[in-house]
Design a protein around this ligand. Structure first.
Ligand code: XMP
Length: 416
């Protein structure tokens, strides 16, 4: 183990994650544990330097699982650390921790932990191409070799232009025959024909993914381990034992229990920016590492109403143009989320001096910190003009482009 560790024992407060983040920002790794966690487990996670008990009304001396801990390393309570100076002093002076928390050390530690847990067995992983599953794939390959990692990439037909190709391109060298590409476009789109209700669309897309992955997993009965790109926000939203659940966390869409895999979740305690730092350190390309958030149902919730293949293709092309122009102008680094939505209607236009009926491409570009509220990006008119010209010229099925000026609330970020 290369990293020093400050363990936070969760006694029911909801600021555990912030505390862990604050300690990591000092350069020292920190994780949160439910109070029943064994000392052996905590010691397996890093070089244990100290404990912080985090629970407002609780006297730590009354805790049964506490004796075990305090004889092992220095401890304090969150209450006692009422300033950043006090926290700093506890971490460095009392515990004698050193600044060993960085992506390279984290990767080395995780590689060792994966090797120990998995041994000579194989791991199955659903690889969407998002930053989380990509980082897990890269970590697994580094730890146990591409010959022992089986990745399944399901193309649901609702990916953005070039997305599946990029996943295949990045990972096929390492995984060779162990990269299973399933083009399930027809399966998904056939199920979605005529379905216009947004929640029903979401359900169909989520369920179909589970059925496909389940079918694939059954072909690999001899595999005992399932890799997952769970990250810390997923864990926090699911609630810890002492804290309250915000929503149930279902990674890979909630796989049935009878699949009986042992989970391998190496980035479970990382925040998104730390996952990205690991992706960089593992050598993943920037387009993958800095990929903007993309909803699970993909373009399915941007091709509004009942999805048709012609409108979906128009959307994919227009979205690619938007992304290209945002990359060229540097907006891609500045804007949190940007995309095209196309409603289920056509408008009257004129093309080649004749009346034409075409789709409307709606540009949405928003900034937010937590996705609960959002403001719109004030895009320069010249840029909007160029994007519009390119879309109406290069995508002949679209004859009109609009720019959505609505903040959240009242509009949500997505249109469905
Ligand atoms: P809204 O539209 O609710 O979106 O303002 C907030 C953020 O969540 C993303 N989003 C989803 N992500 N499955 C996902 O994985 C979904 O069904 C879904 N709906 C919205 C959205 O892209 C935005 O970043």
């Amino acid at each position: 183990m290369k990293q020093d560790l400050i363990a936070i024992i969760d006694l029911g407060r909801d600021d555990n994650a912030e505390l862990a983040r604050e300690i990591r920002s000092l350069g020292v790794y920190s994780e949160v544990y439910p109070q029943e966690t064994t000392i052996e487990h905590i010691q397996s996670r890093g070089v244990l330097k100290g404990f912080i008990f985090n629970g407002s009304e609780i006297d730590v001396n009354d805790l049964p699982f506490h004796k075990n801990y305090v004889t092992t390393a220095p401890y304090t309570t969150k209450e006692a650390l009422n300033s950043s100076k006090a926290l700093n002093s506890f971490v460095f002076n009392t515990c004698g921790a050193s600044k060993t928390w960085n992506a390279d050390n984290f990767i080395d530690d995780q590689v060792a932990l994966i090797r120990k847990a998995v041994g000579k067995e194989k791991v199955l992983l659903a690889l969407s191409g998002g930053v989380d599953s990509s980082v897990v794939a890269a970590l697994l390959i580094k730890a146990i070799g591409g010959e022992n990692v089986i990745c399944v990439h399901v193309n649901n037909g609702l990916m953005r232009k070039g997305e599946s190709e990029a996943v295949i391109d990045v990972f096929s060298n390492y995984l060779k025959d162990n990269l299973i590409y399933i083009d399930a476009t027809d399966r998904f789109l056939n199920k979605l024909v005529g379905v216009s209700d947004p929640e029903t669309k979401r359900k169909i897309i989520g369920n179909e993914f589970i059925y496909i992955f389940e079918e694939e997993a059954k072909k690999h009965k001899d595999i005992k381990f399932l890799g997952q790109g769970t990250i810390y926000s997923d864990v926090i939203e699911s609630g810890t034992k002492a804290g309250k659940a915000i929503k149930a966390h279902h990674n890979v869409g909630g796989l049935p229990e009878d699949l009986s895999f042992t989970l391998v979740e190496p980035i479970k305690y990382l925040f998104k920016d730390e996952v990205r730092a690991c992706g960089k350190a593992l050598g993943l390309p920037d387009e993958m590492v800095y990929r903007q958030p993309f909803p699970g149902p993909g373009l399915g919730v941007r091709c509004l109403g009942a999805i048709t293949r012609d409108r979906l293709e128009s959307l994919r092309e227009a979205d690619a143009i938007l992304r290209e122009e945002f990359a060229k102008t540097g907006l891609s680094k500045k804007v949190w989320q940007y995309f095209i939505a196309i409603p289920d209607m056509k408008t009257v236009g004129v093309r080649n001096k004749s009346r034409s009926m075409g789709f409307v491409a709606i540009i949405r570009a928003v900034n937010t910190t937590d996705a609960m509220t959002a403001t719109i990006e004030h895009i320069d008119y010249q840029i909007l003009d160029r994007i519009t010209q390119r879309i109406i010229t290069e995508v002949p099925t679209i004859n009109r482009v609009c720019y959505d000026l609505t903040p959240k609330p009242t509009g949500t970020i997505e249109w469905e």
